[in-house]
Design a protein around this ligand. Structure first.
Ligand SMILES: NC(=O)c1ccc[n+]([C@@H]2O[C@H](COP(=O)([O-])OP(=O)(O)OC[C@H]3O[C@@H](n4cnc5c(N)ncnc54)[C@H](O)[C@@H]3O)[C@@H](O)[C@H]2O)c1
Length: 459
């Protein structure tokens, strides 16, 4: 059990009967169903497949199901396609569109559907509720259910368990087991993260659920599991990870702006400061996107509002980070120095919320576009090496994966996502176009004086 000191992981070796469990999983006697084959579900399914399990993949999207049946996924996550294809050949990977049948046919059910925000900034739990209801209809004695998305504390016990009990007529801890395991992955290296990088966090609806959950996750997490005293604490743990990063990025943003205004290079100062072991300043940037970091603080703030608890720092961090797209656009516009923007063409580099991924959810690029539209810029082009189409972009925006085409005859380029492709850009490739680096990744010495500015660097 974790105590007030350092959280300690329990290693697989603790469970002497795990060999029998592993045998049942490999023989298909104990089948696993993964609900939601997205950024989290497909690597998680892959990890179980790589451990020799028999896995049923379930999704509501016909396209995702069709891809999975061919052994592929829309999520560009290393190792997933290989794991799917190999297990299809070995007849260990099954793709179902019927979630109730998947529950009937499986013994361990993993809920990996998204929990984003409603328009009023509370957690949108609709997909979790739908999946819980269908799992409940196929639930059997001895089954184990695991909730994996990041959720507001109380979701497993107050929402998921009651749905499962009502739909199945079974009782948690007596007839079936409920586990919470928040995913700790960084897109682009998810399989490695799940298998090797971190211990798995596991909590249960009671002592039996916790024991069985710990045994299961010990089979895939080489660093073992951290067993938590309560599901609520485990749910809060994951939100704390996100809030820490959001507030830290807000601090980096504030300090970057301060450094710019006093003529100091923030990046050099940060590197030196972080050489001190108590200092871990994150990176500033044009905005915080993705389905995680900007979302989790809102779960906390929403509950804090209801409970009348002050979470001012969390709230302020969000506002600082939300203000960054507009700030960066203002800074970038200074490079145009009085030119009539209604005659300007601007290229935005990157639509993915960060470099190296194709995920566009809550990408700061959308906010930069909104700001540029307010200024009535003549034409906006968006380049991304991984995103080929995007229904969320306004109709008049040109999206291309051809970089030279994107930057040709533009007045200004704004770097938004730190895709590795952009790092070696030079002024020569851009003619006289001005460049604003919203991630601080470009080498200033490769650009003409007066034509370049960057977050965190004195102009
Ligand atoms: N993406 C990350 O890096 C990451 C990291 C850690 C935790 N998480 C957590 O995991 C959650 C899931 O995120 P994701 O990135 O995998 O989402 P995603 O959108 O990539 O994938 C979710 C999948 O679930 C499917 N789905 C949605 N509703 C469904 C339903 N009712 N029935 C069956 N399938 C359904 C979708 O079609 C999609 O394929 C997030 O909300 C977040 O809390 C995400």
């Amino acid at each position: 059990m974790s105590n007030h000191g350092k959280a300690k992981a329990v290693s697989a070796g603790k469970y002497k009967d795990n060999a029998d469990f592993a045998r049942k999983i490999r023989s298909g006697e104990f089948k696993i169903a993964v609900y939601g084959l997205g950024h989290v579900g497909s690597p998680l399914a892959s990890v179980w497949l790589r451990a020799g399990a028999h896995v049923i993949g379930v999704d509501k999207s016909p396209e995702v199901l069709e891809n999975a049946r061919k052994g592929s996924t829309h999520v560009p996550e290393p190792g997933v396609n290989k794991a799917f294809s190999k297990a299809l050949k070995e007849n260990r990977f099954f793709v179902y569109s019927d979630p109730i049948r998947a529950s009937h046919d499986s013994h361990f059910k993993l809920i990996c559907v998204p929990v984003l925000l409603t328009d009023s900034f509370s957690a949108d739990l609709d997909a979790v509720k739908q999946v819980a209801a269908t799992i409940g209809r196929g639930l059997k004695k001895g089954d184990v259910v695991s909730l994996n998305p990041s959720v507001p504390p109380g979701t497993s016990e107050d929402i998921v368990v009651p749905i499962l009990e009502e739909e199945s007529g079974l009782k948690v801890e007596h007839d079936f087991y409920m586990v919470y395991n928040p995913e700790r992955i960084y897109e682009g290296r998810a399989i490695e993260d799940l298998e090797k990088r971190y211990p798995a966090i596991v909590a249960g609806a009671g002592a039996k659920s916790l024991e069985i959950g710990a045994k299961l996750y010990c089979l895939i997490a080489k660093k073992g599991v951290i067993k938590m005293h309560s599901i609520r604490t485990a749910e809060a743990e994951k939100l704390l990870e996100g809030v820490y990063r959001d507030v830290n990025i807000a601090l980096a943003n504030e300090m970057a702006k301060f450094c710019e205004s006093v003529g100091v290079d923030f990046w050099e100062a940060r590197e030196a400061a972080n050489s001190q072991p108590f200092c871990h300043i994150h990176k500033p940037g044009v905005g915080v996107g993705g389905a995680c970091i900007p979302v989790y603080p809102q779960f906390i703030l929403n509950i804090a509002r209801m409970m009348k608890v002050d979470c001012n720092l969390t709230s302020f961090g969000r506002s600082v980070n939300n203000s960054m797209p507009a700030y960066c656009v203002r800074q970038a516009m200074k490079l145009l120095d009085g030119v009539d923007v209604s005659k300007c063409t601007i290229a935005l580099l990157g639509l993915a919320f960060r470099g190296g991924v194709s995920d566009t959810r809550l990408s700061p690029t959308y906010k930069v576009i909104e700001e540029l539209k307010k200024l009535k810029v003549k034409q906006i082009r968006v380049h991304d090496p991984f995103v080929r189409s995007d229904a969320n972009l306004p109709q008049d925006i040109i999206l291309t994966s051809n970089l030279s085409q994107a930057v040709k005859d533009t007045d200004l380029v704004i770097l938004i996502s730190d895709h590795p492709e952009y790092r070696n850009l030079t002024q020569e490739e851009l003619d006289s176009t001005a460049v604003y680096d919203g991630r601080g990744v470009l080498d200033k010495s490769r650009f003409a004086a007066g034509r370049f500015a960057s977050i965190g660097r004195p102009s």
